[in-house]
Design a protein around this ligand. Structure first.
Ligand SMILES: [Zn+2]
Length: 346
């Protein structure tokens, strides 16, 4: 990557024209697709942008599978062109016209920042980030200095449901990112939203400082090594957490197995389970007998576990996860983004 490109990539903004939020036929587009298209339209004009998945994942906080899926979709829809080059990188070209004037600006640190919201430490969702980005883009424009519009209009521009916008707004108040000096009476009436520019400047400053510190630390390393290091460090962290969960579950299982009937009981439960599935189709009359047998076996299992001082949930590894959002997998199940628990770790 050339120095010019590095500087551009680090300038800390994602710019998405309004049209990116809408599919060709008005179809819903995913948030992650708009984020990637934002990158490629900004950096992929002319000769194109040479970049690898790892850098895109890190910049936008998306999982590898999400990046891969969205790139595939964008390519299929003709929104971008890609050419594989050596190693892990491809050249991405954005063939579209130069983006129109009206666009949504997102400071990239918004994807990383942890906010304390009603006692919960979490990152903003992609939808919440889009809503605040729209308000921010208008507020930083000297002609507007605010966003004037209704919930319905915001939903229309960003291709979100009105409900999602309504849910996002109080979250953004709580995060101290916006205020609303004029309140529309309902979701159709105009409100005036103002981004808290002080808060944004603080975020920009912190992000620049972190970026500089990172650059100083990595100045000698080639990009491939940096990417690999970041990835393996993160992988190691979650691998250790998986081992921890499995160890705990194994411990409880071993304790349960000390009961002479535990394993035989488990075998019978599996057997009766299979017979039940078969009987439901082939011999419905035997189902009640089998069901009675099954409840007796389950009751026995409960007694066994009780005797051993083990609870059913303790036998399953994922129930021991420290992070209830990603279950220590590192990826949020809801939208495929990297989980905040890696950055929050003490
Ligand atoms: Zn997590």
């Amino acid at each position: 990557m050339s120095d010019v490109m590095t500087a551009k990539l680090n300038n800390g903004f994602l710019m998405r024209p309004y049209s990116f939020f809408h599919g060709a036929d008005g179809a819903r587009t995913s948030r992650s697709a708009t984020m990637l298209l934002g990158w490629f339209s900004a950096f992929g004009v002319g000769e194109g942008l040479r970049i690898g998945y790892a850098a895109l994942m890190e910049k936008l906080g998306l999982s590898r599978s999400t990046v891969a899926r969205r790139v595939r979709e964008l390519r299929k829809d003709g929104k971008i062109r890609t050419v594989r080059t050596g190693g892990q990188k491809s050249v991405y070209t954005y063939p579209g016209a130069a983006p129109e004037k009206a666009h949504v600006n997102t400071p990239l640190w918004l994807y990383d920042e942890i906010f304390s919201l009603a006692g919960v430490e979490r990152q903003l969702t992609n939808a919440e980030i889009d809503v605040v980005s729209l308000i921010y883009s208008h507020t930083r424009n000297d002609r507007n200095r605010c966003y004037k519009g209704s919930v319905r209009e915001i939903a229309g521009i960003l291709n979100l449901s009105e409900k999602t916008v309504m849910r996002a707004i109080p979250v953004l108040f709580a995060a101290d990112l916006i205020s609303r000096p004029v309140i529309g009476i309902n979701r159709h009436k105009q409100s005036v939203f103002v981004a808290n520019m002080q808060r944004f400047r603080r975020g920009d400053k912190k992000a620049r400082k972190e970026e500089r510190a990172k650059e100083r630390a990595q100045v000698q390393l080639p990009q491939a090594v940096i990417d690999a290091n970041a990835k393996s460090e993160r992988d190691k962290f979650y691998a250790a957490r998986q081992v921890r969960m499995e160890k705990l579950a194994d411990g409880f299982l071993a304790q349960a197995k000390r009961h002479p009937r535990f394993e035989a009981n488990g075998k019978e439960i599996r057997l009766i389970g299979m017979e039940l599935a078969k009987a439901e189709v082939q011999a419905p009359l035997t189902v009640p007998t089998l069901q009675a047998r099954m409840s007796a076996l389950r009751a026995e299992r409960a007694r066994i576990l009780d005797d051993q001082g083990v609870e059913e949930w303790q036998l399953e590894a994922k129930n021991h996860a420290i992070c209830k959002i990603c279950h220590d997998s590192g990826w949020q199940e809801s939208d495929g983004r990297m989980c905040a628990c890696y950055r929050c770790r003490s």
